[in-house]
Write a protein that binds this ligand. Sequence first.
Ligand SMILES: Nc1ncnc2c1ncn2[C@@H]1O[C@H](COP(=O)(O)OP(=O)(O)OP(=O)(O)O)[C@@H](O)[C@H]1O
Length: 394
Amino acid sequence: MKEGKENIAKKENKASDSVTIDSVTIDSVTTDSVTTDSVTTDNVTTDSVTTDSVTTDSVTTNSTTATNNNMTTTHTSNNNSDKVKDNLFDIDNSFQEFDNILLDVRLRKSLLYLFKFNHPTIIQKKTIPHIIKKKDVIIHSKTGTGKTLAYLIPVIQNLIKENLNEKEYLKFFYKCIIITPSDELCLQIHAVAQKLCTYLKDLVTVNHNINHTFYEHTTILITTPKLLCDYITENKKKHNLDILTNLKVLILDEADILHTTLFEKHMKTLMLKYLSKNYIQKYQIIMASATINKSVITNTSLFLHNPLFLSIENDKIEINDDDISGKLALTDDNTTATTTTTTGTSHVSTNQNNQTNNLNFNGKYYYYLYETELEKYVYLYYLIKNNTIKFKSL
Ligand SMILES: Nc1ncnc2c1ncn2[C@@H]1O[C@H](COP(=O)(O)OP(=O)(O)OP(=O)(O)O)[C@@H](O)[C@H]1O
């Protein structure tokens, strides 16, 4: 599937090649609850970035000028935060390009200069405003539609805001944990998050604990269910340290796979013992998945707080804790349609259109039909595990 994803990226890059980004002028950047007077960012490689007037809910930035490796932002506080907060995004009209959404300048810079992405995909457009408002969401869209950035962009934006005023030792102590089924996926997500945080090294740091090579604390930790369980226990035992005390966002990527029996033991421990919704503090939960079925929603109701179901296929559907099964019929139909009967049949297709905005899927994909969900995931797990299929697939 990586092949397909790279093609999407290449296509989008091609489109953005025609846009000159030597000099960017930002008219409006929004940051709330910032009381810092001065924020300095280094490692900026832009030729010239100038922000003329930056208006924020609780902050008005008078001047932001970045030249080569030196960018300084000056903020002045204002108290009107809550009203404006709800209008962070004009969801219907203006959120067509990353260039005109209200993101931190350093985040936008990495999107425009490093990723060379100008436009959000449909699922990103749909998701980002809700995550930025700290809602629990379930992101449901086909593989390769940009779910990773759909949650990373708003989560990192929120972490930037939080960390501007944060005590130094709390900035880098596990504010966000991303759980995903395999080491390979951890590394892939890590690479994307790392790139997105290129200009934010003093505010938001990212790491994974694959191969247990990771001993330093970071703002974002990317991990698997087993590694996370081990890491929590190890820290408790050895250092009497609860690594979940500072948690603000929990993300389950490939949530459908995480809820198969393959991961049952560790997911149950995490959900019932460490991360249940009765856990001491409330944190935001985001789930991303290409297929959502009944068991996923039932299991996650253990710890989701009034989630929004955001899907490309269906319009936004509200799922309340006490109304889960009713809503499920909707998504269940979609899911079963793609996983029906004929055992062992395989297909190869090329040049399929997907549903993202102006993006076409040009790679190859293969699919096999199995009788049960479990067989499908077991098969897939071993394909990924043995590196037969690199990167992700569904
Ligand atoms: N806004 C964008 N513009 C152009 N390309 C994008 C954009 N967002 C993501 N992409 C590219 O699309 C590809 C697929 O993205 P991603 O891996 O996040 O999809 P996904 O929906 O998470 O897939 P999966 O279900 O396999 O996790 C990647 O190569 C990514 O770089």
